[in-house]
Design a protein. Structure first.
Length: 376
């Protein structure tokens, strides 16, 4: 069986398998900076969101410094607000304010279309990287099994070589005995044995060279496969991490689900025209509330929705929720920043081994730096 495997090597071409060739350095550089651009956009978006959370927290803290008179005045306005809200809810039915998922969309309405596109692209990348991981793992296993068969063939070749040496030794002794004792002419059998020995010797040397070449090639291919697998796993990790964060933050399952929620939000939003009078009343109450709050440095832009002020009796819960959401956002920003640094390091490592790409990397890095506000 080992000899059969050994001779089957003649049917293989002595060339690298194209399935695990290294990505061209130039193409990889382009991929790195595309990934850097996407990651920077994500990080900037989350940074703006974190700043908004910080402002909301400051406003809640300032609210606690109001005088008793101001508290009572604001509470009176907020009671009116709650009353108008109850009237509107009876008309709204299943509108935005009755759906927590749609309320989240309402607070980030302008960003949602871009976020949907961003999540869908990231989901596609996640599926692709997962498929690549499975493929590369199969390739590594295939390469390992092939290496085992090469080693078995190499050991079989050693056995054949030793056997040939022993057979030639025995034949030589027999010829010498025939020549000395029987006085026979051994020229013809000697020539035959020598020819056969030469054929086997060249065959063994050819097979040895072939197996050694295949073993060296196999080792290089395994190294390449491991590098590609590790790089792909890093991509998959960051894509999955970002998606999980957005799914949790937006209370959604995937891009399609978020698109459905957004379409529902737009439909409900249009229905608000039927409640314009009530909305105008709510705006008037908001103006009165912020007339009081403004003196304490609480500005309207710092508050996404006056509903939060209606629920001031739960200010501790509001503060805790904002803190948790802020920490989660900062954690995600740090993860994206770390990924940007890893990509930059990879780009610099590539130009260290391929100086010809340095001008192109410099141009791309300048574009990335401008996008990143002058920061690398």
């Amino acid at each position: 069986m080992k000899i059969k495997k050994l001779f089957s090597l003649f049917n293989k071409k002595m060339e690298p398998r194209p399935s695990i060739e290294d990505t061209n350095d130039s193409n990889r550089i382009e991929e790195i900076f595309v990934e850097l651009k996407d990651t920077t956009v994500k990080r900037k978006r989350l940074t703006r969101y974190a700043e908004g959370l910080a402002q909301r927290k400051k406003d809640l803290q300032k609210y606690e410094s109001l005088t008793k008179e101001d508290h009572e005045k604001v509470a009176g306005f907020l009671d009116q607000y709650k009353s108008v809200m109850e009237q509107r809810k009876r008309l709204e039915g299943r509108l935005i304010r009755n759906n927590p998922a749609l309320r989240i969309i309402q607070t980030r309405e302008d960003e949602i279309p871009d976020i949907i596109k961003e999540i869908r692209q990231t989901e596609n990348k996640q599926r692709q990287t997962y498929s690549d991981i499975l493929y590369l793992q199969e390739e590594k296993e295939s390469l390992f099994e092939y290496r085992e068969s090469l080693i078995s063939g190499y050991n079989a070749l050693k056995i054949i070589a030793y056997s040939l040496i022993i057979i030639l030794g025995i034949a030589s002794i027999m010829l010498l005995t025939m020549m000395q004792t029987l006085k026979q002419d051994i020229m013809i059998p000697t020539s035959i044995i020598t020819s056969v020995a030469l054929i086997f010797t060249f065959g063994i040397l050819f097979l040895k060279r072939r197996i050694e070449y295949e073993l060296e090639l196999n080792e290089n291919m395994q190294i390449k496969a491991s590098k590609l697998l590790n790089s792909t796993k890093i991509k998959h990790f960051h894509n999955t991490n970002y998606l999980n964060f957005q799914y949790k933050n937006l209370s959604t399952k995937n891009a399609d689900h978020l698109q459905t929620q957004y379409n529902r939000y737009l439909k409900n939003k249009n229905n608000e025209d039927y409640y314009r009078n009530l909305n105008n009343t709510l705006i008037e109450i908001e103006d009165k509330v912020f007339d009081v709050l403004y003196d304490k440095g609480i500005v309207r832009e710092g508050t996404d929705n006056i509903d939060e002020w209606v629920e001031m009796q739960n200010i501790a819960i509001l503060m805790n929720n904002i803190d948790k959401e802020y920490q989660d956002t900062i954690k995600q920003i740090k993860a994206l920043t770390s990924y940007e640094e890893e990509l930059c390091k990879e780009a610099f490592m590539i130009i260290e081994t391929n100086k010809e790409l340095a001008p192109r990397v410099e141009i791309l890095m300048e574009s990335y730096t401008n996008l990143n506000g002058g920061r690398i």
